[in-house]
Design a protein around this ligand. Structure first.
Ligand SMILES: Cc1cc2nc3c(=O)[nH]c(=O)nc-3n(C[C@H](O)[C@H](O)[C@H](O)COP(=O)(O)OP(=O)(O)OC[C@H]3O[C@@H](n4cnc5c(N)ncnc54)[C@H](O)[C@@H]3O)c2cc1C
Length: 557
């Protein structure tokens, strides 16, 4: 017989995207619920993230007359994922459950007072596939004043933007050098930030706004939290999970859960041994996942017999590790770097090998795949002076003057000719010159015959809307020329335990581990090996928080 220090109806391990959504469902059903978080801060990587949720057919699209339907979303996922062979998280059944339940989850939160809206234009990452949406299916939280959390405000994990801009607005701000509307927006954001500070507000956006709003709703509804509490064991009674064993404030602590336990404990981006096992060639230092993302709950579920899948998958996010980047809260982004005009990506032999736009997950997967035959980690971003003058490089503003340490430490390479640049990189000069000339030919024809960069709306959106005729294709022509290394960084891992449509954890034989649910990147996700669009991680995590809690509480749909 198990003895517990305390007992609740439902326990959630980890305070990620699914946790508070599950908590709200439980409270609405009149059940007690505890969220157990091992760090001192609530919100997980979700709070640090863009906070975008990919929600097909969402109520805001309907409101704004943007066409979508469950069938269109299913068609898109079908054209992307197919029959899901080797991707048991992404079965057609689970895709259907997602497409049907995700908009309901959003409606449930909005009814509960969580202020959400749609991003106006954020194309699906494969918008050219059947069922793809060019306007996009992204839902985000409205800006949030963390002071509304009262004494809980310092318990919310900080986001990655330290000014009061919506994530969408930051994309427009990139054009501040070329566009008056971007300059006015910069002014508006500056004023908004200043006024909010003067009036005693602390406005946050993106993931911090989402998790801040979720925390506010959860506290109001009576969801309980236990911070600094690390779960190390899922307690079984017979063959059902009935509680957790944890270390709380340095002491052993056990809590029972009458209706079950939901694991929403993130992935294993901060566990180098697991990365070496499943994702060789990737590094903890390149990851943007939070420090709690250490994978022990996936291992614990495996100990109970849970099947795992898609463990090789990670949400790659290309990055360029400039000096000091290892200490950065978010590593210098490389997403718009090589998708902007006057930039390409080459492997260590000087050859272009993929579309520099597109999904960041596919981009980083492409780097690792290439590396199997030609050294490509790191790869090189090849840039010209037009690039440096007009676009940000990592976190440095547009302009040719860069920190001296960048060249001194060998991060930024510079030469007057492509051949001289190649020699510095240990690349055959004739090869790099041929690569650049071929690319410049595609620019002149406005057609990337090799990799179709710019054919998708999403590729073009990543580039510079003021660059004509193509927002993404621009010649590498003006000396001096530059190169910086690019690595397959990430925003988290993307594989884990296999779950069914209700979020119940399954064994290898397909049977259910009674009382055990999982959501978010602790699971093999519903998108399989693909990233359908912005929010393809947080959207499903929130949705399976909703689905699992409804199932455990016996709420009918
Ligand atoms: C800068 C950045 C931007 C991003 N933007 C987006 C975006 O806009 N949209 C999107 O979909 N994805 C985005 N991502 C990826 C996304 O944030 C993550 O994939 C997602 O938040 C994972 O959510 P989760 O609920 O699974 O886990 P998390 O949010 O990471 O939560 C897991 C929590 O569990 C806790 N925990 C772990 N082990 C234990 C334990 N043993 N006991 C108790 N607690 C434990 C952890 O400390 C953590 O707080 C972004 C990521 C980053 C870094």
């Amino acid at each position: 017989m198990n003895e517990f220090d305390e007992t609740f109806d439902f326990i959630v391990v980890g305070s990620g995207a699914a946790s508070m959504c599950a908590g709200l469902v439980m409270r609405e059903a009149g059940r007690s619920v505890l969220i157990v978080e091992k760090t001192a801060l609530i919100g997980g990587t979700t709070a640090k993230s863009g906070g975008v949720m990919w929600i097909p057919n969402n109520p805001f699209m309907k409101r704004d007359g943007i066409p979508d339907s469950p069938e269109q979303a299913m068609q898109y996922l079908e054209s992307l994922i197919g029959d899901a062979a080797g991707q048991p998280g992404a079965t057609r059944e689970r895709r259907r459950a997602y497409v049907e339940q995700a908009p309901k989850m959003v409606e449930f939160l909005v009814r509960g007072g969580v202020k959400l809206n749609r991003a106006k234009y954020w194309p699906d990452y494969y918008d050219d596939l059947p069922g793809g949406s060019e306007a996009g299916r992204c839902v985000v939280a409205e800006l949030f004043d963390v002071n509304e959390l009262g004494t809980w405000r310092d318990k919310l994990r900080p986001g990655f933007l330290n000014f009061a801009a919506r994530l969408e607005e930051t994309f427009t701000l990139r054009s501040v050098k070329h566009s008056w509307s971007a300059r006015f927006l910069a002014l508006r954001v500056g004023l908004r930030t200043a006024i909010s500070r003067l009036t005693g507000k602390r406005l946050v956006s993106s993931g911090a706004a989402l998790q801040g709003r979720m925390l506010q709703a959860a506290l109001k509804a009576g969801v309980q939290f236990s911070l600094d509490t690390a779960v190390h064991e899922l307690v079984m009674t017979g063959d059902a999970v009935t509680g957790v064993a944890a270390t709380k404030g340095g002491k052993p602590w056990r809590a029972g859960a009458r209706l079950g336990v939901l694991v929403n404990a993130g992935g294993f981006a901060r566990n180098q041994a697991m990365r070496d096992q499943y994702q060789p060639g990737t590094r903890v230092e390149w990851s943007n996942a939070t420090e709690g993302d250490t994978g022990e709950m996936i291992l614990e579920m495996q100990r109970l017999g849970a099947a795992t899948a898609q463990m090789e998958e990670f949400v790659g996010f290309q990055t360029t590790m400039s000096p000091g980047a290892e200490e950065a809260y978010v590593k210098p982004p490389g997403q718009s770097l090589t998708a902007a005009p006057h930039a390409i990506l080459v492997d260590q032999s000087g050859v272009r090998y993929q579309n520099e736009g597109g999904s960041y997950m596919a981009y980083c997967r492409g780097m690792l795949e290439r590396h199997k035959t030609v050294p490509a980690v790191p790869s090189w971003a090849i840039l010209d002076t037009q690039y440096l003058r007009n676009y940000m490089l990592g976190y440095s503003m547009p302009g040719v003057n860069k920190p001296a340490s960048w060249t001194e430490q060998g991060y930024l390479r510079k030469a007057d000719t492509i051949e001289a640049l190649a020699a510095q990189l240990g690349i055959d000069p004739a090869t790099l010159k041929a690569t650049v000339e071929r690319f410049n030919g595609f620019v002149a024809a406005n057609n990337d015959e090799d990799f179709h960069r710019g054919a998708r709306a999403y590729d073009r959106w990543l580039g510079d809307p003021h660059h004509k005729p193509s927002p993404t294709l621009g010649a590498i022509a003006e000396a001096p020329f530059y190169a910086v290394p690019m690595v397959p960084g990430d925003v988290g891992t993307y594989g884990g335990v296999v779950t069914d449509v209700a979020g119940r954890v399954l064994r290898e034989d397909g049977s259910v581990i009674t009382g055990l649910y999982a959501a978010g990147v602790s699971t093999a996700g519903v998108m399989g090996r693909f990233y359908a669009g912005a929010g393809a991680s947080v959207g499903p995590a929130m949705t399976w928080g909703y689905i699992s809690a409804r199932h455990a509480a016996g709420v009918n749909s």
